[in-house]
Design a protein around this ligand. Structure first.
Ligand code: UTP
Length: 407
């Protein structure tokens, strides 16, 4: 894209300030800025004044398959799931493109060391858990790792340095998610350098289309992978490509599944899996009305009692039908580093604008049904979101200890 074309594109979106420092840039910086202007999707900015794209339909409860029910059929489900795994029909997708700002480390979250007497990295915990299934099925499982522009190189290098934590290198595939501009409250993009628009990863909802762009569906299709287990980087206890979970989804004739835990309290900060206009959906804790909080199921238990833990199983066939563009855009208030009028970098202490994201949880609403599959939270839910307090390194360490994991 040349200067004139860049100027016209920016003018169309009211973003001409991006060129304020153009004349001061080196030739190389000019070229890079023009390239960035060409690739950035400015259309998301129109949502800055209207972050209500996620209007909900009619909500009703969705029964979960609970621990006792699962226990009764554990053997059968595990056999079905393991058979699928042995045939190479299941793979894992690690969502590791987030910025992990709440944890406050500059490195990718997965590089965080939760060890006490020895190093135990978050990535290592994930690989160790996956290796349990590899050993049970006596077959390697493909693992796709989503990163972003902000952390790709360092993530790949870390896996290499650590020798993939004993995993087979050929079965780990890295890919980058897309970036979107970050803006102030008026929808004007911030600049992070004189020649660089401030961008952030586009949320965890674009993983399948990013895999497609990276050509990774050739592996998925070539290997006959039918099921993709998508999960977050920050839960150090979660079971991935869990044979019993996969078997239960298949045996129940479902096209997707979500691992859920019984909520600690009605206002616990996890989304509840339910039905929206008859289709599976996730209501956030802040969207639950008083009436919904008080609603009871046939056993007298709270009707919206099961929270998602960002561990979903999708059938590949259905993912192809979910276009990215169908997912609602979430406009999230964040702290965005930017340069001021003197071109000095400012690291704000309070939120100063918006990032624009699509979310994997909205993909659940695009499929016909979803098995709500309970897991025991003490055994499978140890998220690390914050440096201290709730869902922190301390709570995760405690839970690891309870599960006999040496740190
Ligand atoms: P979070 O919602 O916890 O976001 O991500 P985050 O960016 O990691 O952390 P904060 O909010 O800045 O503290 C849940 C999961 O989705 C991934 C994260 O890496 C994590 O596994 N994610 C999030 C992406 O892969 N890409 C994104 O753009 C956002």
């Amino acid at each position: 894209m040349d200067y004139r074309e860049a100027y016209e594109k920016l003018e169309g979106y009211g973003q001409l300030h991006v060129l304020n420092y153009y004349e001061e840039l080196t030739e190389k910086e000019k070229e890079e800025l023009l390239e960035q202007i060409e690739s950035v999707d400015f259309t998301v900015l129109k949502y800055c004044k209207n972050n209500t794209t996620n209007q909900k339909g009619e909500i009703s409860p969705l029964n979960a398959m609970q621990l006792a029910q699962i226990e009764e059929k554990r053997e059968e489900y595990t056999r079905i799931g393991l058979d699928e795994i042995k045939k190479g029909r299941a793979a894992a997708v690690l969502l590791a493109g987030g910025m992990g700002t709440r944890l406050g480390s500059d490195n990718p979250k997965g590089m965080f060391d939760i060890g006490i007497t020895r190093p135990v990295y978050i990535f290592q915990r994930i690989i160790e858990n996956l290796l349990d299934v590899v050993n049970a099925g006596k077959t390697w499982i493909h693992l796709f790792v989503m990163t972003s522009d902000k952390n790709h190189e360092v993530t790949v290098q870390f896996f290499e340095e650590k020798n993939y934590f004993g995993y087979k290198k050929e079965f780990i595939h890295f890919f980058k998610q897309e970036m979107v501009p970050a803006s102030d409250y008026e929808g004007k993009v911030y600049m992070e350098e004189r020649g660089k628009i401030s961008t952030s990863p586009n949320g965890n909802g674009g993983w399948f289309s990013s895999m497609e762009k990276w050509g990774l569906l050739d592996i998925v299709n070539g290997e006959g992978i039918e099921w993709l287990n998508v999960f977050a980087v920050d839960n150090v206890l979660q079971r991935i490509v869990d044979p019993c979970f996969i078997g239960a989804v298949i045996a129940e004739g479902c096209v997707s599944g979500a691992k859920v835990v019984k909520k600690n309290a009605p206002d616990e900060r996890v989304g509840a899996l339910c039905l929206e206009d008859g289709k599976p959906s996730i209501v956030e804790y802040y969207e639950l009305t008083e009436e919904m909080k008080a609603a009871k199921d046939e056993n007298g238990d709270p009707a919206y009692n099961f929270g998602v833990i960002l561990n979903y199983l999708f059938r590949k066939k259905d993912l192809e039908a979910i276009a990215d563009s169908n997912l609602p855009l979430h406009v999230v208030e964040k702290k965005i580093p930017y340069i001021d009028e003197n071109a000095e970098l400012i690291l704000p202490e309070q939120p100063n604008g918006y990032k624009y994201e699509t979310l994997v949880l909205d993909m659940i609403h695009q499929v016909d049904n979803c098995l709500s599959y309970e897991v025991e939270r003490k055994r499978e839910f140890a998220p690390i979101k914050n440096a201290t307090g709730v869902d922190s390194v301390d709570t995760a360490r405690e839970l690891c200890k309870e599960n006999g994991i040496e740190l």
